[in-house]
Write a protein that binds this ligand. Structure first.
Ligand SMILES: Cc1cc2ncn([C@H]3O[C@H](COP(=O)(O)O)[C@@H](O)[C@H]3O)c2cc1C
Ligand SMILES: O=C(O)c1cccnc1
Length: 336
C-alpha cells in the first residue's frame, strides 16, 4: 500500500518531492484510510473544558472562572475557535468534562462532567482512579457519537484555566525531563509570576515523588485535568476507528502523549497541526518525532491550531485525488 501511494505521488506532474510536506501528509492520510483516494468527511473540532484545582494556587494570569465564561463565549459563537471553525466549515462541539458551573442544555454541548473541577495536585492527587477511568470512557464515547455523523477527521481543543501547569507536570514526569523545560508562561505569567509558577510546580512534583512514571494512568490521575484525560480517551478511540486525528498545541499534545504511552499504535493517526509558542511544545514534538504543519507563534489552545491547519489537509488530499500524472497529461518525465 505504502509503495503504491508513494508511486502515485511521485508520478504527479511535478518534480519529485516538490510538494514537500503536503506529500508526506497525503501519504499519511491515505495510509490511515487505506486507500489511494482518501476523503475528508464531516470534519469536527471538539473542545473539552474543565476546571482545575491548581488554578487557585497562583499559576495562571487569569482566574479560574474564565473557564466557564469562555465556555459561554464558545456557546455564543464569539471565541477564536468559533471564528476559525466557521471559516473552514468544521463542525464545533463542546464538552463539559468538569467545569465548575452549571450550563443550560445546549445542542452542541455534550455533558461529560465528572466533577466540578479537579482537586489541587499541590495537595493531593487531582482525581480519583475512578474519575480518571471515567474521563477516558467519556472521551471514547464522544468520539463514537461524532463518528456516527459520518465524520472521519476529528480535532481536539481544550479550555481550562491552569491546564498549562497540569500539562507541564504530565510532560515532566512521563518524559523524565526537568520541569524548567516543560513549564511555560501559559496565559502570560511574566517574570516573578513565572518563577512562582515554576516553584509551585516543583513543590507539587516533590509532593508526588513516589508516583510511578511508567504508569500513564497513575500519572494522569495525579496531575491531569478532566479535559486532558477525556482527550486522552478520545485519541485512543479515534485511532481505533482509523480517523484522522488533529492534534493542537501544548496541552492537546500532552493528552496525546498520555494516550500514546497507553497505546503506541495510535501514532500513525495523528497530524500535529502546529508548534505552539508555549515552552515545552517544541521538545514534546521532538520526543514524539512529530513535524508540525504550522509555526505561527500561536499559544491559545481551544483547537485553534487544528482549525487553521485544516485547509492544508484539504490541499494534501486534493492534489492526491485531482492532479494529473505525467502519463495522463502527456508531460515528459525526468531525464534518465
Ligand atoms: C480569555 C482566555 C481564553 C482562552 N482560550 C484558551 N485559553 C488557554 O489558556 C489556558 C491555559 O493557560 P494557563 O495555564 O496559564 O491558565 C487554557 O484555558 C487554554 O485553553 C485561554 C485563556 C484565556 C485567559
Ligand atoms: O499550546 C497550547 O495548547 C496553549 C498554550 C498556552 C495557553 N493555552 C494553550
Amino acid at each position: 500500500m505504502e509503495q503504491q501511494i508513494q508511486h502515485i505521488i511521485d508520478t504527479k506532474t511535478k518534480p519529485l518531492g516538490a510538494l514537500g510536506r503536503l506529500e508526506t501528509l497525503a501519504k499519511q492520510i491515505a495510509l490511515i484510510q487505506q486507500t489511494t483516494q482518501p476523503r475528508l468527511v464531516e470534519p469536527h473540532l471538539v473542545v473539552v473544558a474543565a476546571s482545575h484545582g491548581i488554578a487557585n494556587e497562583g499559576v495562571s494570569a487569569y482566574p479560574s472562572e474564565v473557564t466557564y465564561q469562555m465556555v459561554l463565549n464558545f456557546l455564543a459563537g464569539g471565541a477564536a475557535i468559533n471564528v476559525f471553525t466557521r471559516q473552514h466549515g468544521i463542525t464545533l462541539k463542546l464538552v463539559d468534562a468538569g467545569v465548575d458551573y452549571t450550563f443550560d442544555p445546549y445542542p452542541h454541548l455534550i455533558d461529560a462532567k465528572v466533577a466540578p473541577g479537579t482537586r489541587s495536585f499541590l495537595r493531593e492527587a487531582a482525581m480519583t482512579p475512578e474519575q480518571c477511568v471515567t474521563c477516558l470512557e467519556n472521551g471514547r464515547a464522544l468520539v463514537a457519537q461524532v463518528q456516527a455523523t459520518g465524520c472521519n477527521v476529528i480535532g481536539f481543543g481544550e479550555m481550562g484555566i491552569g491546564n498549562t501547569s497540569s500539562a507541564a507536570m504530565l510532560m515532566s514526569v512521563l518524559l523524565n525531563l526537568p520541569l524548567a523545560d516543560c513549564v511555560g508562561t501559559g496565559t502570560g505569567v511574566a517574570d516573578e509570576r513565572y518563577t512562582q509558577k515554576l516553584a509551585i510546580l516543583e513543590q507539587a512534583k516533590a509532593v508526588h515523588s513516589t508516583v510511578d512514571a511508567t504508569d500513564p494512568m497513575a500519572v494522569l490521575q495525579t496531575f491531569g485535568g478532566f479535559e486532558i484525560a477525556t482527550m486522552c480517551g478520545a485519541f485512543l478511540e479515534a485511532a481505533r476507528r482509523r480517523m484522522v486525528m488533529l492534534v493542537d498545541g501544548f496541552i492537546a499534545s500532552v493528552a496525546f502523549l498520555c494516550a500514546y504511552r497507553l497505546d503506541p499504535s495510535i501514532r500513525l493517526f495523528a497530524v500535529f497541526c502546529h508548534q505552539s509558542a508555549e515552552k515545552g511544545h517544541a521538545r514534546l514534538l521532538a520526543e514524539l518525532d512529530a513535524e508540525p504543519l504550522l509555526q505561527l507563534g500561536m499559544r491559545l489552545g481551544e483547537g485553534t491550531g487544528c482549525a487553521v491547519a485544516y485547509p492544508i489537509l484539504q490541499s494534501a488530499v486534493a492534489f492526491l485525488n485531482e492532479m494529473a500524472s505525467f502519463e495522463s497529461a502527456g508531460v515528459s518525465g525526468e531525464n534518465a
